[in-house]
Design a protein around this ligand. Structure first.
Ligand code: B12
Length: 210
């Protein structure tokens, strides 16, 4: 079933993809498995875009499909047992980058796992992160980015947080498409999270929750 879903998304069959997702949800499939199928499909779409068989409209349609799919499975994800509030997280997609599907999933998963989340949106200037940390006083900051140019923006954001004297008060995690441990090191962040659940685990560890 999930292979069929990967193909339907990757082949731009929107109606079929959404129908499959609804069937999977009704049949009791793990929502995380559905998300994983979405991620795999996005990899294929990305590759076809790089090869020149897909263009911007396909990227856009793929993005829309994934947003709709996350909206369908959100109620399922929200059925996770935990509701106690653990701490606060400021999250956003860094300056110059407007990809937000992955970030939105992280934001949502943090919320349903007990964090108060201030989501600053996309293309967020470093200074806006600084102001949000001053006002919201989070323990954790999440920087998302899918473009290679986001790596410098992540580094600049961490530097701006440092320059404002706020670096010691927050733990910073980075994630998104091509981000990895090397980028985390380059940006001067504390950790890299490969997916939303990794982000939740990091945040929990940092606020002392098991
Ligand atoms: C959909 C998409 C778009 C949509 C975005 C819609 C939206 N609302 O986000 C649109 C059409 C707008 C778009 C635009 C562009 N895109 Co685009 N896009 C994609 C695509 C196909 C999927 C991205 C996605 O949403 N994945 C789904 C999510 C769920 O992915 P995920 O990684 O599994 O997410 C998890 C983790 O990353 C992690 N995570 C994410 N953030 C964070 C943060 C923290 C703190 C943590 C812990 C974890 C974490 O948790 C997530 C959930 O589990 C990718 C290809 C790909 N394979 O990534 C290209 C891709 C990212 N895009 C690309 C490009 C080039 C562009 C454009 C420049 C195209 C253009 N010529 O205009 C523009 C950029 C505009 C800009 N300034 O940002 C390139 C980037 C290449 C590069 N080296 O920089 C890619 C890689 C495609 C490719 N292979 O060429 N794009």
């Amino acid at each position: 079933m999930s292979k069929k879903l990967v193909n339907a998304i990757a082949d731009m069959k929107e109606e079929e993809a959404l129908k499959l997702v609804r069937e999977m949800v009704e049949g009791g499939s793990d929502p995380m498995e559905i998300l994983e199928a979405g991620r795999k499909a996005m990899d294929i779409v990305g590759q076809r875009y790089e090869k020149g068989t897909y263009f911007l409209p396909e990227l856009m349609l793929a993005g829309e499909m994934l947003t709709q799919i996350t909206d369908i499975i959100k109620p399922e994800l929200a059925k996770l047992p935990e509701v106690k509030r653990h701490g606060k997280v400021v999250i956003g997609t860094v300056a110059g980058d407007i990809h937000d599907i992955g970030k939105n999933v992280v934001s949502f998963m943090l919320d349903v796992n007990g964090f108060d989340v201030l989501d600053l949106g996309v293309d967020v200037p470093a200074q806006k992160f600084v102001e949000a940390i001053q006002d919201f006083e989070p323990q954790v900051v999440g920087l998302s980015g899918f473009l290679t140019l986001a790596f410098d923006a992540m580094k600049e954001t961490v530097e701006a947080i440092k320059a404002a004297g706020l670096r010691d008060g927050v733990k910073i995690m980075v994630g998104g498409g091509q981000v990895n441990e090397k980028i985390q090191e380059y940006a001067g962040a504390d950790a890299y999270g490969k997916d939303a659940m990794a982000g939740v685990s990091l945040a929990k560890k940092w606020v002392g929750v098991k």
